[in-house]
Design a protein around this ligand. Sequence first.
Ligand SMILES: Cc1cc2nc3c(=O)[nH]c(=O)nc-3n(C[C@H](O)[C@H](O)[C@H](O)COP(=O)(O)OP(=O)(O)OC[C@H]3O[C@@H](n4cnc5c(N)ncnc54)[C@H](O)[C@@H]3O)c2cc1C
Length: 410
Amino acid sequence: MSSRPQPSVLVSGAGVAGPLLAHWLDRAGFTVTLVERAADRREEGQNVDVRGAAREVLRRTGIEQAALVEHTTEEGTAFVDEHGRPRAALPAAQGESDGATAELEILRGKLSGLLLDLPAERTERLFGDHVTALDEHADGVAVTLASGQRRDVDLVVVAEGVGSRTRRLVFPGDPVRPLGMYCVYVTVPRTPQDDRSWRWYNALEGRSVHLRPDNTGTTRALLNFLSPTRGLADLDPAAQVTVLRRVFRDAGWETERVLAALDDTPFHFEDLAQVHLDRWSSGRVVLLGDAAHCASPVSGMGTTLGLTGAYVLAGELATAHAHGRPLTDATATYERRMRPFVTRAQDLPPGTPAIANPRSAWHRQALWTGLRVLTSPPVRALGGLAGRFTRPPADTFTVPDYPALPTAAA
Ligand SMILES: Cc1cc2nc3c(=O)[nH]c(=O)nc-3n(C[C@H](O)[C@H](O)[C@H](O)COP(=O)(O)OP(=O)(O)OC[C@H]3O[C@@H](n4cnc5c(N)ncnc54)[C@H](O)[C@@H]3O)c2cc1C
């Protein structure tokens, strides 16, 4: 470890990427402040996938086994018709990177909890607070928080997810690009009919209803619908329920069961989007995870990119410090290394998300037939377009070795 004074870093956002970065910087001897807007740990969210490069990051962090134990128990995807009959299927992953159901599939809240439980003894944690002003000066950044507290640090990392507000203080314009689909996540009671597969029902008119098993005794439901109208995610919950009842009226299959749960269960209403920025850093402020480059849940890559980026950023910062180079050199190298990986992950298969949410019965039949062909062994073996639909590019990145990062927890 370097004998230079240890740098100080403020990380804003304690979701997935933020806590992992805080842990690794703490492990490397940095002074870290982790700020989270929510008053407590956020348990919400459904299944997220940890694939390829991110599996290697969890391995190096020492929590791969703990994450595997938390597997949601999902065994693959069944595309069902209005009677619940399977019409096409995607098997669960055979390796660390492929399949709609990843080999390491975990509830987001569980993963975030595992990361927040990692040792970070030198890290100050401030929940229920957020950044209101950033003033960069010659030696660092003066940060003002909503609570009135102030911190003067060498670097600020913004890991606040797709709708980051601190990003707006530094990066002009709106980098959020909606994909034209809303996703509504809600947890429903498990019934005896709920099996271990992700049951995916295309209700036509651009709507789909999903039921997925979890490892906590409930079922995770998802309502997706294509819409040219933006702003529905900003409505109050009662208005959103009214919209959902109208959109999913007469959708069939188990839709009524999901709609019924909306009355007394909190739900998460998201306007599916990606984040595209020409640069991820400005001076001593750098973006991480979804705040920098959200690829959207349909990419199956958001968590993989967030975990991998957190490790790479920690490694580059520790390396720059060890060699007496400015931390801003490290943020540039982090972006250079991660950018091609992110670009591949954001390049969604043609027609996404409309192709998987058919409007007409003819289109739905074509989807089922296409899936049966794409997932047949001979076509899978060919890779190419078939691979683009069934295998996100998680193993196209080699996680660098960072001698400046300690291999065992201090
Ligand atoms: C509640 C929630 C549920 C999700 N559910 C799913 C899901 O079901 N499926 C899926 O594929 N992806 C889901 N995601 C996205 C997924 O977590 C990310 O794509 C991925 O893990 C990368 O994580 P991240 O740390 O960059 O961002 P996130 O996981 O979004 O974490 C960002 C964190 O920053 C906090 N934050 C926001 N604004 C501020 C602020 N101004 N100051 C301080 N903190 C702030 C948020 O509360 C959150 O804890 C969810 C995200 C959230 C926040």
